[in-house]
Design a protein around this ligand. Structure first.
Ligand SMILES: O=C(O)CCC(=O)C(=O)O
Length: 279
């Protein structure tokens, strides 16, 4: 599926952009289904807000129980001082997570794709296991920043194997909060570990290496339909969306079953709900 040049690029830079990977029809079906899920979501069931600012304190029961279910999270700036939504519910949700790929037939069809399985294999995931899916809205005006992080923080394996598959469902631009990455930054250390013990969550500091700044970070604008793949140690970030247009994206996080998956990762599966690959 990938040329040796693309594979070398991934090894060198820690990421790879594949424009036009998903068709307009596939994207339209996913967007429509996400809209239905939000429409059916009753905010009184849970007012979970998603923020990457002080993520440990923001982690609550609503978040923890979204590990193997489907839940909607509000943008941090969705509510006014009186607790009322500032804009329509459909423009207030930050993301839907985290088991869409296993529990929703439309998301499952999008995520379980032989072409995706081939890309994963070419990137070194010999026995891919897909642990997490997120539909990220990055809403106009209030879309929250995603602070610098590495995905291996959340999906620790020995050796490191987590790989992110990020699909642009709309054009992602500097204005509406596209991804930023540090080319080659995946050769640096893992800085933090998000550790779960039962319902107790901790962020452990592992290394003091600073996060990238403007001198090393580059934006990754991506047209709708693009797939961006990145290495689990690649530092990445996205700015708040202050523009009038949304930036919908869908992400999958997969590890290699040949590596050892930490029993302290926040998402665990068992025989009743086994983790599966891309096909
Ligand atoms: O889409 C974004 O803004 C960030 C996504 C991300 O950090 C991830 O999927 O790991």
């Amino acid at each position: 599926m990938l040329s040796s040049e693309q594979q070398q690029q991934f090894t060198r830079d820690g990421y790879l952009v594949l424009p036009g990977f998903k068709s307009a029809g596939e994207i339209a079906r996913l967007r429509e289904r996400a809209g239905q899920i939000v429409n059916e979501f009753d905010p009184n069931q849970g007012r979970g807000i998603f923020t990457t600012r002080d993520q440990v304190n923001a982690t609550d029961d609503y978040f923890l129980r979204s590990d193997n279910t489907i839940r909607c999270f509000f943008e941090e700036e969705a509510f006014d001082a009186d607790g009322r939504l500032r804009q329509d519910k459909s423009l207030s949700i930050n993301k839907i997570g985290h088991a869409l790929h296993d529990l929703d037939p439309v998301f499952e069809q999008f995520s379980r794709d032989p072409r995706l399985a081939a890309v994963a294999r070419d990137l070194g995931l010999v026995e891919a296991q897909v642990w997490q899916s997120m539909y990220i809205f990055k809403q106009p005006g209030i879309g929250g920043e995603v602070n610098w992080h590495q995905d291996a923080t959340f999906f620790e394996t020995t050796p490191v194997s987590v790989t992110t598959f990020w699909f642009a469902l709309e054009d992602a631009t500097i204005d509406n909060g596209c991804l930023w990455v540090e080319p080659g930054g995946h050769r640096g250390p893992m800085r933090e570990r998000f550790v779960r013990n039962g319902d107790d969550i901790k962020m452990e500091k592992l290394d003091d290496t600073p996060w990238p700044d403007n001198s090393t970070a580059v934006p990754l604008p991506a047209t709708a339909g693009s797939l961006v793949c990145f290495h689990g140690l690649l530092p990445h970030y996205s700015a708040p969306n202050r523009s009038p247009v949304s930036r919908h994206a869908y992400t999958l996080h997969a590890t290699d079953a040949r590596s050892e998956y930490s029993p302290q990762n926040w998402i665990q599966r068992d025989a009743a709900f086994p983790v599966r690959g891309f096909i």
